[in-house]
Design a binder for this molecule. Structure first.
Ligand SMILES: Nc1ncnc2c1ncn2[C@@H]1O[C@H](COP(=O)(O)OP(=O)(O)OP(=O)(O)O)[C@@H](O)[C@H]1O
Ligand SMILES: [Mg+2]
Length: 400
């Protein structure tokens, strides 16, 4: 019997994960961890440094492929291997270009899986010994994660959440973080952050469409918090809304340069928002507690579920932007028909900070809303909990 390899299993479908685990359990191979796509996979890969990362690739392909790339950065000594029901030559080619060392078509037998795993691992180990002998793995690497904040109702707190979350993720992880305002002509990110923008998202899209060589640094504004911001254009001249594919392609490009992208979206659910969601590792659907917003949230959820959007990536967030009700979280969850991932309190400090263009997490980090955003940032960014539980950064109360 060969060596007992340690395998990290990456599969967003819990039932399918159990089947794969059972198959692997019959081999001389140990499953040391299980994860869904995205941040969870990269964080566990970095933490466990397994011998093999076995990724189940399914639609949406972009997220599966990004996960495949990210786990390699998080655990460069692990052998990336893919299992999939998708057998198109195009899919296999994209999987191999994303760095997989082997591809097993499902359904498969334990024997075939074992042989592929061992052959891929042995070959990979030889090249690893040469290439990585002087290059220790970066255990903190979590890269290219896209978090999109959306909600079909205006004024529910998307921009408030996106701006503060981006600053908090940058502060808690020390990673490169960019905030992108996809609401190309009406977005409020710049104003909420007190930024004067020389170049904007439509400018960058124009330059890319014209085939120009672009230096991203020219278009992104560096905020004093260390965050990079790609703001909207406010000229009074509203031109054609950017094409959805242009938004998707821009996000992919930025994700190649930043560890985290936080994306703020307009209060309507158009093709641009759908494109951003497709690219996202995590989609935060924001609703306030009033019935109009709850109804809109339920409609978007139903439509995303109907389109097969992966529920592991879809998180419902309640922001008490107005203070007009006594509805409980349980009532809200029932009304939307989805579990609540995170709740933000009503906080009078928020409108003041919006007015002044001074993000709450920076200027009043102990405000109730700021503390809650920091907790979410720690959760999504994979940062360690704070030492001092009583402090403003007394983080990490996982909701689900
Ligand atoms: N938790 C909160 N407590 C109090 N006020 C809040 C809270 N969250 C947001 N607000 C306030 O609600 C208003 C709308 O917030 P914001 O601009 O973030 O919403 P939005 O969803 O981005 O709106 P739009 O769809 O127009 O882009 C702002 O004045 C903001 O200060
Ligand atoms: Mg907004």
């Amino acid at each position: 019997m060969g060596r007992n390899y340690q395998v990290l299993l990456v599969d967003p479908d819990v039932d399918h994960r159990a089947q794969l685990k059972q198959l692997l359990g019959s081999l001389a191979t140990g499953v040391v961890g299980e994860a869904s796509y995205g941040i969870e996979a990269s964080r566990l890969a970095a933490e466990l440094q397994p011998d093999v990362v076995l990724v189940h690739v399914e639609e949406p392909l972009a997220v599966a492929l990004r996960t495949l790339e990210v786990v390699q950065r998080a655990a460069p000594r692990a052998t990336p291997l893919v299992v999939s029901r998708l057998t198109d030559a195009d899919v296999v080619q994209r999987v191999m270009l994303a760095g997989a060392r082997g591809f097993v078509t499902l359904p498969t037998s334990a024997d075939l899986l074992d042989r592929t795993l061992r052959t891929a691992r042995d070959r990979h180990s030889e090249s690893l010994d040469r290439a990585l002998s002087s290059d220790p793995p970066d255990a903190a690497c979590v890269a290219g994660t896209i978090i999109t904040v959306f909600g079909p109702k205006g004024g529910v707190g998307k921009t408030t959440l996106a701006t503060n979350l981006a600053i908090a993720v940058a502060g808690s992880t020390g990673a490169r973080v960019a905030l992108v305002d996809v609401d190309a002509y009406f977005g409020d990110v710049a104003i909420t952050m007190g930024i004067e923008a020389e170049h904007t998202l439509p400018d960058l899209l124009d330059a890319l469409a014209a085939g120009q060589q672009v230096d991203l640094g020219t278009y992104l504004v560096r905020h004093p918090s260390g965050l990079y911001v790609l703001p909207a254009r406010h000229t009074g001249n509203v031109e054609a809304t950017p094409r959805a594919e242009a938004i998707a392609s821009l996000l992919r490009r930025l994700a190649g340069s930043f560890d985290f992208l936080i994306v703020d979206t307009p209060g309507t659910f158009g093709p641009q928002v759908a494109a951003a969601l497709d690219e996202s590792t995590t989609a935060l659907l924001v609703t306030s507690a009033d019935m109009a917003s709850v109804k809109d949230a339920r409609m978007s959820l139903t439509s995303l579920q109907r389109d097969g959007f992966d529920e592991d990536r879809l998180k419902l967030v309640v922001n008490h932007a107005t203070n007009a009700n006594s509805v409980t979280d349980a009532d809200l969850a029932r009304a939307v028909g989805y579990d609540i991932f995170w709740t933000f309190p009503h906080d009078k400090a928020v409108p003041n900070s919006t007015q002044r263009g001074e993000p709450l997490v920076l200027h009043q980090p102990r405000a109730r809303m700021a503390v809650e955003v920091q907790a979410l940032a720690a959760h999504l960014g994979g940062a360690a909990p704070a030492r001092d539980e009583g402090a403003a950064f007394g983080w990490f109360r996982r909701r689900k």
